[in-house]
Design a protein around this ligand. Structure first.
Ligand code: NAD
Length: 249
């Protein structure tokens, strides 16, 4: 799979950065896109193997800019993995206090930009006669939150997150059918909760619903993305792969 060119949005996030490091270690060329730029461990990777672009994927002109940049530098883009996680400042507001403006913004930025970025990269894949698109959904796209796991914490899973994530599964299936026969694979992955700075009580409550591990490491998700990027998944399209250590069972 070496020398494939992969565009990763949200490349400095938990999933995105773990994916970029993994792809570079495998010998891929990576275009890492994020709204917030951080430092990359330059000693570990060859500078000619990656580009870091600051861009806001909620703006279509910026999406077009990063795609043109990738095509100019590498002459092709083999795959796009959309890991960006746009959210408003008041993200996580309880349903009772949800403001319409904030709701509209989150739907439009997270679900809307997933559609717009897909539209733009699929144009490239159609021209190339191949390509792989991987979108990020969540267990919340297939199941209701287990509200009892948040008890005694400040945490909350907003209704708009469930709406966005089930929407992403829908658009994955729609686009895969729309462009069937075009040698393009379009899939999404639905992780369970991923480790971060979370209250101990939540971690314990959450684990009760899982098989063995509980919250995942980003690397657990990256393994499945790798499979979807590989030639071993040639005949998989329009699918949602759940990686959640049994949480949704
Ligand atoms: N973290 C979890 O527990 C979890 C669980 C299930 C699914 N997911 C999904 O996985 C995906 C990645 O999640 P994560 O945990 O890595 O998120 P994260 O918050 O760690 O990273 C997201 C990245 O996206 C970038 N970003 C946000 N808005 C952007 C914009 N407008 N333009 C460009 N970049 C932007 C941020 O700067 C950040 O680096 C998301 O779709 C998320 O919903 C996450």
């Amino acid at each position: 799979m070496s020398k494939k060119v992969i565009l990763v949005t949200g490349g400095f996030g938990r999933v995105g950065y773990s994916l970029c490091k993994n792809l570079l270690a495998q010998g891929f060329k990576v275009i890492l896109v994020d709204k917030t730029i951080k430092n990359i461990d330059k000693s570990r990777f060859r500078e000619s193997d990656y580009y870091i672009l600051k861009a806001d994927i909620n703006k279509e002109r910026e999406i077009k800019r990063i795609i043109s940049f990738g095509l100019k530098k590498f002459k092709k883009i083999d795959a796009l993995v959309h890991c960006a996680y746009p959210k408003t400042k008041d993200w996580g507001t309880k349903l009772e206090n949800l403001k319409q403006k904030s709701l509209n913004e989150n739907l439009s930025n997270h679900l809307g930009s997933s559609i717009i970025i897909s539209k733009n990269i699929l144009k490239v894949f159609l021209k190339q006669n191949y390509g792989k698109l991987i979108l990020l959904s969540s267990v919340m796209g297939i199941k209701n939150p287990k509200f009892e796991t948040y008890k005694g914490t400040h945490m909350y899973s907003p209704v708009e997150y469930s709406a966005v994530k089930s929407g992403i599964i829908s658009i994955t299936k729609y686009l895969a059918k729309y462009y069937s026969k075009k040698n393009i694979n379009i899939n999404c992955v639905s992780p369970g909760g991923i480790k971060q700075n979370l209250p101990k009580r939540f971690i314990k409550n959450y684990k009760k619903h899982c098989n063995l591990k509980g919250l995942l490491d980003p690397e657990d998700v990256v393994e499945t993305i790798n499979f979807l990027l590989s030639d071993n998944s040639k005949f998989i399209s329009g699918q949602n792969i759940v990686i959640d250590d049994g949480y949704s069972l």
